[in-house]
Every structure is written in C-alpha cells, then in structure tokens.
Design a protein around this ligand. Structure first.
Ligand code: AHR
Length: 506
C-alpha cells in the first residue's frame, strides 16, 4: 500500500495548544504527583518534585489547565495564597479523593509552575460555589499591573509582576458536577460572570485580550450535546452577548462495559473497543464545530449602535483521555496504568485533533500526572514516564506546523496516518493499531526528500507498561534506518506501534 504525501495540500496550521495538559486536585495528581513541599525527603525545587518538573520542562506543554475539572467548582482561590503555614485546611471529596487539602499548592505555585515549564495557564473559575466578586478578585490578583490592594498582595506573595493570565474557564461541565444546569440556566450564570471580567491595560492584552471559555457539551452524549449547543447559542443570541471566545467540549473514551477489562489486562476485544472508542471523537468535533459556526451565523445584527456582532467562537476540548472501568475504585482516585493500548489511542487522538486544526484551537489531556490518561506516574519517591509521554514527545514537531491533507487511514493495512510540514520538514505519523499484525507501508512524497529520522514506540507485549521496577519497558527509540533520499520510502511497522518519520524536502 502507498500513502501519497504532498506538502502543498494543506488543511491549516496546528495550534501548539492542541498539545495542552490538565491538572486537578484529584487523587495524587497535584499533591505528591507535582507538589511535595520543600520539607519533603523527595528531591524537590521549592516544593515541586524534581523528577516530574524535569519531565514537564522537556514536554513543554503549551497550555496547562487548573484547578479542575469538578474541583474548580469547590475551589476558593484565597485558600491557596500567602504564607503556607497559615493556609486553611479543607476537605477534598473530588472523585473519591477523600483527603485533607492543606492548600499548599495554590495560585502562585501553579502560575510559577507554568513559568518554569513554559506553559500558558488556563484557570477555571468557581462558578458553582463561588461568586462574581471572587472571580473578579482572582483575575485582579493575577493580572493587575497598577498599584492596588490585590496587586500588592501578589507582590507580597513573591510576584510583583502581573502573571497576565489570558485563558479563563467560566464553568466546568455545568451539565453534571458543575451544577446540573440547563443551557438556559447556565447562560444566565455565564452572562453574570463573563460580563464582569475586568479589563487590563498591559500591552499583551491589547493584541490578545482576556479569553473567556464557556462550558460546552458532554460529547459522550451525542444527541444531548447537539441540543445543548443549539440551546446554548440560542440563549446567547437572544439578548446582548457577554464576552465569549472559546466553547469547551469534553470527551472521555469510556471503557466501562467489561469489569474484567483493566488498564493492563485486556483481550483483543477490549483492545479493539478502546481503539475504536477514541476515534468517535473525530465526528463529534466536526459536528460541534459546524453547530457553533451555524449558531453564530444566526446571531442577529445588534440593534444598538454600541453593540458589535459576535462573529466567531473557538471550539476547544478541555478534557480528553481514556477512562477504564477500574478507575472508579482506584486508590489514589482515578489512577490508571498506561500500556501500549493507551499510547495508541493517545497518538490517534492527537492525530485527529491535529487533522481538525482548522476548527479546534486548544485541547488538554486528562490528566498529566497520576490520573486517567497519565503521562507521568508517581508512587512515593518513585516516578515513571508512561508511553503516553513518549507519544507527546514524538509529536512535538507538529506544534505550529501545517497539517497536510492525507487519508486518515490506509484501507488495505488499517494503518492510521497523519502528516504535517514546517520549514521544509515533513513529519509523518504512522499508527499501526492492530494488536498483533505487522505490516509494511510505502510513503510516496510528491518530490524527493531526505529521511532525517524515524522514531518508534512499541512493546514486546501490548500489555506492557512502565513500573518503578521496570521503568523503561515501553520506551520510544530511534530506528536504525539508513539515511535515504528519494520520493519513495518503505517502512515495516510492528504490531501495536507508533512510528514518526521526519523528512526534509529537497
Ligand atoms: O478528569 C476527571 C473529571 O472528569 C473532571 O474533574 C471532570 O471535569 C470530568 O468529569
């Protein structure tokens, strides 16, 4: 079989923010997973554990979403600022976490983590149990450059310069844990909060204003999510529009139909179910993007001379990842091992997000550490990098590149493909999602190229995973391929593998 790749056939530019991450006070995602505190015996820098910090610095997630998730609607930001020994102790029930929360990792710790790893912060405000004033104060604390009580408080807490946080989520899953609202009741709430967002004078906000993200649909309920989006935008269009820049759909690849299927023990049927499950997201993105676009077109011209017409809202995907059955009873809460099955779906998901870069601007993997589709797992002082981390690293070249129009799957071999081009370098992803069949593929470029590198992630057994005892059981490696020049290149793809080839156009 032959995959034809022409760098002139472009879909659009891949927003680096499609490679975003999400962290939440859930299980050991933040406490233990990222933050251990300065007094911990676990080697740390100012309280951030060194091993995880180093991994995140290399990963450079372009955006990092925090503090939830569901937790955002219980979170009061003032609990997490100031001298750590004076911070209140609260109780965290989020998804069965059931722990005291001593609020040692708060706004400054999060935003300074973002600075250290080169991520843009996305803060989700507390819409459910918080107030408009609380949200406004949080924004003032983070962003006010002028001398005010809240900017002085930030300075007293160690950060005189404003953090210039651009991305603000106004509600999370408001159809479930975020209030079990209807689109209409949410719209009433959204209007109050979003229209109260303060404005800041820094030049960075002149070119790129604060960005309000509305809670979008539960994409795991396709019928309901169509109605949700239609009703939300109908409510929005009826009267004057509050600021709205992003619309946040969530999608989990639920693998909950077979209790015997665990993250590491699964049959071929379980393998196939999870692989095909992740691909359902593709149609949902296309559908939601079309609905958002057509809904906005129906927004009437404003009557008043001072109102401007809403012309565009970005579609974003604030949470995605595999959710296996055992996560519900896992301790720490929602912690899952990660095998090649998850790595394959991570690769396929990133490929489909990139393929729809013309309609999708931002996406966050749920979650970075110790929860669901993790990139990093910790256990006390041990830490392992999961195969998902390798996929994100292998895919870094796609950030900011132009997605190319090639078929998503080769019909003959079943191999899934994606390609992008940047500065004359073409990067091709080849995902062999078969659990046990190796195959050959021929890449035929529109003109001769130099193959620069071939990198691969595979495992002896698709059930393999990385553990403290065997941290590198599944690790990507450089394929020892001869440097080749020409238009045609043939590759052998092992079963259950992700291969990334880079080639320079001559
Ligand atoms: O990622 C875990 C939870 O899943 C999040 O808190 C919530 O938004 C979603 O339901």
């Amino acid at each position: 079989m032959t995959i034809f790749i022409d760098p002139a056939q472009r879909i659009g530019t891949i927003s680096p923010k499609l490679h975003g991450q999400f962290i939440e006070y859930l299980g050991t995602c933040i406490n233990e997973g990222i933050w251990v505190g300065e007094d911990s015996p676990i080697p740390n820098t100012k309280g951030y554990r060194n091993d995880v910090l180093d991994a995140l610095k290399q990963l450079k997630p372009p955006v990092l979403r925090w503090p939830g998730g569901c937790y955002a609607d219980m979170y009061h930001w003032r609990d997490g600022i100031g001298p750590r020994e004076e911070r209140p102790v609260t109780f965290n029930e989020n998804f069965g976490t059931f722990e005291r929360e001593d609020n040692q990792f708060g706004t400054d710790e999060f935003l300074q983590l973002c600075e250290m790893i080169g991520a843009e912060p996305w803060i989700n405000i507390n819409l459910l149990s918080g107030t408009v004033q609380e949200m406004k104060d949080w924004m003032e604390y983070c962003n006010r450059a002028e001398d005010t009580t809240l900017s002085r408080l930030r300075a007293a807490n160690g950060h005189p310069e404003p953090y210039n946080v651009k991305y603000w989520g106004i509600g999370n899953e408001v159809w479930a844990g975020g209030g079990t609202m209807t689109p209409q009741t949410y719209m009433d709430e959204y209007r109050r909060f979003a229209s109260a967002m303060p404005k800041f004078t820094q030049s960075v906000f002149e070119t790129s204003p604060m960005y309000a993200i509305a809670s979008g649909p539960d994409s795991n309920k396709p019928r309901e999510s169509v109605k949700w989006t239609e009703d939300f935008f109908t409510s929005l269009s009826e009267y004057r529009q509050p600021p709205i820049h992003g619309y946040d759909m969530h999608f989990y690849n639920w693998n909950v139909s077979d209790p015997a299927d665990t993250p590491t023990e699964f049959t071929r049927e379980g393998w196939n179910r999870v692989i095909s499950g992740c691909l359902e997201l593709e149609d949902l993105i296309v559908e939601q993007a079309a609905l958002v676009r057509s809904s906005i077109q129906r927004v009437p011209e404003p009557e008043g001379p001072l109102d401007s017409k809403l012309t565009h809202v970005d579609l974003v995907l604030g949470e995605w990842g595999n959710w296996h059955y055992s996560a519900f009873t896992a301790q720490p809460a929602l912690k899952q091992q990660v095998t090649m099955r998850d790595a394959i779906t991570t690769a396929l998901t990133l490929d489909l997000l990139q393929r729809h870069c013309d309609v999708l601007t931002m996406a966050c993997n749920a979650q970075t550490v110790n929860v669901l589709n993790s990139l990093i797992l910790t256990e006390g002082e041990d830490m392992v990098i999961t195969p998902n981390y390798d996929v994100f690293m292998m895919y870094q070249a796609h950030r900011g590149a132009r997605a190319l129009s090639i078929p998503r799957q080769d019909k003959e071999t079943g191999v899934y493909t994606f390609a992008s081009e940047k500065d004359g370098v073409i990067t091709v992803d080849l995902v062999n999602a078969s659990m046990d069949a190796a195959t050959d593929v021929e890449l035929l470029f529109a003109s001769p190229v130099d193959v620069v590198s071939v990198r691969r992630l595979e495992a002896d057994d698709p059930h393999s995973c990385n553990t403290p005892e065997s941290p590198d059981a599944v690790r990507s490696y450089q394929v020892d391929a001869p440097a080749e020049t020409g238009a045609s290149h043939t590759l052998s793809l092992p079963a259950a593998s992700v291969t990334v080839l880079t080639a320079r156009v001559l």
